[in-house]
Design a binder for this molecule. Structure first.
Ligand code: NAD
Ligand code: MG
Length: 385
């Protein structure tokens, strides 16, 4: 039986992963090693019982007793805290879904990769803050990284069997998020609740707000560069409000291959779960007659300055990705807590990048986990409101 682990199992992507495992036969079909979560102990314990996991880990040490209680009599081991997450990631597994949100997902993902597991990567922050380190770790252990982000899964599928030399450029689409059609002057007053709604995708709160600010797409451009080794000027963003086309590969001969599908993450998660095969998935079939029309527009960098910042981060290289991601996470924390306005996030990230760009070593690719985490901590400190 395939040994699988899901990190961030209680989140939006993680729970979809658990759902697919359940529908695929659960504990009778998969050997579930580790499931991890945060504060939702009841949900984590229920998942671990259902799938007869070896271990369940909460990120929060103060919740260990609650988790133990919730698992009593189940035979599932309980553990808590950062070190326990890494120990769980080091337990031999064939496939690991990395679905923790934020740079907190980096260390467990790296650990799983180092022991040779196929890493199904939803945690785009890892690639943004440590793309080189992840690639090298995977190469050294012979492990594979598969994209779970829908646009990158789409590119991966559209690129299958093609040579990168024949690719002129690629396009990833963006719905435009909650404020796509808002007058610009209203953005400064946008509330957390308003930013936390998405027109097409049901996702965790942080990525939903990042969709409204386009920090999500900015990170995805960097993710595409890291994942596919494409030069930044060969990665385009296109606003596509219907979220039916997820990505397009444009070839040098004028042909373009687009990947389409209903906006349902179970496609990308299931694709990575069954790769290199395809299996039936509980995803609604595409109904283009019902969609009726697909529309597109160029992204406006006045509305979404994060897209310009992503280009600057890629041009700078070195520690810029780690700083960009951490400054964004801090700015998002501050927006959610009501300390800054929606429109303060991008300037704060930009100021942090320019403040730290003069630090020694900024131009060097951080090649250890510790180096990445040091830049991460420094950037959060600088960006804090
Ligand atoms: P979510 O907030 O719904 O879930 C996050 C999970 O991570 C939860 O299980 C939570 O307990 C855990 N977690 C949070 N902070 C943690 C910490 N410090 N240490 C350990 N665990 C922690 O998030 P999500 O929307 O499922 O997104 C997860 C990842 O997938 C993100 O990197 C996101 O960018 C990416 N992603 C999500 C979607 C989506 O549809 N939701 C699509 C593409 C990519
Ligand atoms: Mg995406």
């Amino acid at each position: 039986m395939r040994r699988i682990s899901i990190f961030g199992a209680t989140g939006s992507v993680g729970a979809n992963g658990v759902d697919l495992i359940r529908r695929g036969g659960g504990a009778d079909a998969y050997d579930v090693v580790a499931l991890t979560g945060g504060r939702n102990i009841a949900r984590l314990a229920q998942m671990a019982r259902d799938l007869r996991a070896e271990i369940a880990v909460t990120a929060h040490p103060e919740l260990l007793d609650d988790l133990r209680d919730a698992l009593s009599g189940s035979g599932v081991r309980a553990a808590a805290g950062e070190a326990a997450l890494i120990e769980a990631a080091a337990m031999p597994a064939d496939w690991m879904l990395s679905a923790i949100v934020g740079s907190a997902g980096l260390a467990p993902g790296l650990t799983a990769l180092a022991q040779g597991a196929v890493l199904a990567l939803a945690n785009k922050e890892s690639l943004v803050c440590a793309g080189g380190l992840l690639r090298r770790t995977g190469r050294d252990s012979g492990a594979t990284i598969l994209p779970v982000d829908s646009e990158h899964s789409a590119l991966f599928q559209a690129l299958a069997g093609e040579k990168l030399d024949s690719v002129r450029d690629v396009t990833i689409t963006a719905s435009g998020g909650a404020f796509r059609d808002w007058p610009l002057e209203r953005l400064a007053a946008a509330t957390v609740a308003e930013a936390s709604t998405h027109p097409n995708w049901a996702m965790g709160q942080r990525i939903t707000i990042d969709s409204a600010s386009m920090f999500n797409k900015a990170m995805e451009v960097i993710e595409a560069k890291e994942f596919f080794g494409l030069a930044p000027d060969r990665i385009n963003v296109l606003v596509h409000p219907e979220s039916i086309i997820h990505a397009i590969v444009n070839h040098i001969d004028g042909g373009s291959i687009a990947h389409m599908g209903a906006p349902d993450m179970r496609h990308a998660i299931g694709f990575a779960l069954h790769w290199p095969e395809r299996r039936a998935l509980p995803v609604p079939p595409l109904d283009l007659a019902r969609a009726a029309s697909l529309t597109f527009r160029a992204p406006d960098e006045t509305r979404w300055p994060a897209l310009r910042l992503a280009r600057e981060v890629m041009a700078a290289g070195g520690a810029a990705g780690a700083v960009f991601n951490a400054a964004k996470e801090q700015a998002l924390d501050d927006f959610i807590a009501g300390r800054i306005r929606f429109t303060d996030m991008s300037p704060r990230v930009e100021t942090t990048l320019s403040a730290l760009s003069g630090e020694a070593g900024f131009g060097d690719d951080p090649d250890t986990l510790q180096a990445v985490l040091e830049w991460d901590a420094l950037a959060r400190q600088k960006a804090a409101a």
